[in-house]
Design a protein around this ligand. Sequence first.
Ligand code: ZN
Length: 290
Amino acid sequence: MPLVTLAEVLKDADAKGYAVGAFNCNNMEIVQAIINAAEAEGAPVIIQASQGAIKYAGLEYITALVRAAAAGTPVPVVLHLDHGTDFNQVLRCLRAGFTSVMIDGSKYPLEENIALTRRVAEIAHAMGASVEGELGRIGGTEDHISVSEREATMTDPEEARRFVAETGVDALAIAIGTAHGRYKGTPKLDFDRLAAIDRLIPTPIVLHGSSGVPDADIRRAVELGVRKINIDTDIRIAFVEAARQALAANPDEIDPRKVLGPAREAAAGIIRHKMQVFGCAGRLHISPRG
Ligand SMILES: [Zn+2]
């Protein structure tokens, strides 16, 4: 089926109380892994590309890959820009056919973030696409900052209420203690803050940096209103570990398919598990292909 918007898939998720997985891609094998997992689990899915992924693969390639994947599946697929920071880059993605974009103005003061996000939301909505904004700073696991410093970067519930009311975003990424990358310990999520934000805003909530967060914490976050969950690092780990194992098992291998095929399968495996935890598995009544 043709690509659908983020607002469309999140509407059903919000009505039924589950989260849709948003999985990062940067090559054909990962796009296929995401689609294979979504078909096997009967789940709607968000395929997202970061600016780095677009730089690596090319905007035309990413768009064509995901369009082809969507056209050949009964599963609803959203093509989303992850962490757009540049206004013109966001426009290029919308023109290329992305059905959803994130504009990350979180590094700016509140007023500037609102102005930038509202401008993007107006354009995206006029083009029939959805918009995700970010409030609070979701750092990296490599950022060596203290617990109190991390807390200062978390999303303020009252500011979140104002942000969604004034920008018109379709989804809001919040900072409640997760970070991008591979965690050294176990992240501590501020569930009280999440609950407070969910009480104040009608907009679906997005959780970034969700790789490595224990399944029980993810389930609790979904219960408290998270409707889109981003996974990148866990896919990278599964993909590269499997490729490494395939090479180690046969160091003389020269067929890329023998290395990337197992990597694709490993990625699909971890994505299927995430879909079950998020609650989006089994939401579509399609006949599974395997
Ligand atoms: Zn993120």
